[in-house]
Design a protein around this ligand. Structure first.
Ligand code: SF4
Length: 326
């Protein structure tokens, strides 16, 4: 719940709650569950709103990239009762910070925005903050997302590629995917393709990067054009050697391949860590393989998306940002 963080793709973490329920294999060695073993004051399975740190972003006077949140899933259903308070703080800090909202529950994003909107409307009759928040959320729901929020999903294996496809259909200024922990060689497939064809020659939708139908190969207007993924974070799992929460293997070529494929379509790539398995295999000094200077040179990639508030990010301190404007 810190102003500073060891997570290299952000500059601060803001935990609106603590506790979560596991949804997929990527959750097996969840850091928050592991942490709860040493801290018996909280139940990892129960989502509990934080108290003293809840309004931290309002107190931070310098611009920050803020990971929202590292000890829960910010779009967990149990956050819905106070999701309007989360967005109220984001709204009030919209000109100062950038909020990186990462989830394994993208199907909850639109319902969460709607819930926050309804609650803001209700409270807005006698509070202008909530009234302004309602207007801001309404614009977002109508396809005008705020530039201070980056929306992201975690994908650990091919089975969850659909999370990324759902994300592409949600209004967001920046869309990102965290492929960490990478549990197998991931085939991004549809995530790299722009056009969806619902042509009569195929039983379901087909995807491509041209207007040609993938079955008959004739030019056909696509039924849908999907926005690209702006940023991907890649990494192997970190963990302990013994105990309940260890780590699973990752391979250099899994990271290499995924980084290459996204770079080919212009997505910014950030390799966060090689993970504990590769650290051991390659004999690295850093236990979880988080020090890029120890990696093969071609893997030392830590780019950020090209954005129109690059100066703000640069002001956060440690990053060099691509100069293009989105
Ligand atoms: S969704 Fe995230 S916080 Fe929740 S159990 Fe899974 S890894 Fe942990």
């Amino acid at each position: 719940m810190a102003e500073s963080t060891k997570i290299s793709w952000t500059s601060a973490t803001w935990n609106v709650a603590r506790g979560c329920s596991k949804v997929s294999e990527g959750c097996k060695n969840c850091y928050m569950y592991r942490d709860s073993l040493d801290n018996t004051r909280y139940d990892a399975k129960r989502v509990t709103r934080t108290k003293t740190v809840f309004d931290n972003p309002l107190k931070w006077k310098e611009p920050k990239l803020i990971f929202t949140s590292s000890l829960t899933d910010v779009f967990h259903e149990d956050i819905f009762p106070f999701i309007h308070e989360v967005f109220r703080i984001i709204y009030l800090c919209r000109n100062l910070h950038i909020f990186q909202m990462l989830t394994k529950r993208p199907e909850n994003i639109i319902p969460a925005l709607k819930k926050a909107y309804e609650q803001a409307c209700e409270l807005g009759s006698d509070n202008s903050d909530y009234l302004n928040l309602a207007v801001w959320l309404e614009a977002w729901l109508n396809g005008h997302p705020p530039s201070c929020v980056w929306l992201g999903v975690s994908i650990e294996s091919d089975e969850y590629i659909e999370r990324g496809m759902l994300l592409r259909r949600i209004p967001a200024h920046i869309r990102f995917i965290s492929f960490e922990p990478m549990l197998e060689e991931i085939t991004p497939g549809r995530l790299l393709l722009t056009y969806v064809h619902n042509c009569p020659h195929t039983s379901g939708a087909c995807y491509g990067n041209t207007w040609a139908c993938c079955a008959c190969e004739l030019p056909t207007p696509p039924s849908e054009e999907l926005p690209p993924i702006d940023w991907v974070i890649l990494g192997g799992e970190s963990g302990n050697n013994q105990g309940k929460y260890t780590y699973r293997p990752c391979q250099v070529d899994w990271i290499e391949q995924l980084a290459y494929q996204f770079q080919q379509i212009g997505t910014a790539v950030f390799i966060k860590q090689l993970g504990t398995h590769l650290s051991k295999e390659l004999g690295l000094t850093d236990r979880h393989g988080t020090d890029p200077s120890e990696w093969p040179e071609h893997l030392q990639i830590q780019d950020f998306p090209a954005i129109d508030h690059a100066a703000l990010l640069a002001a956060c301190g440690k990053y060099e940002v691509k100069s293009d404007t989105k």
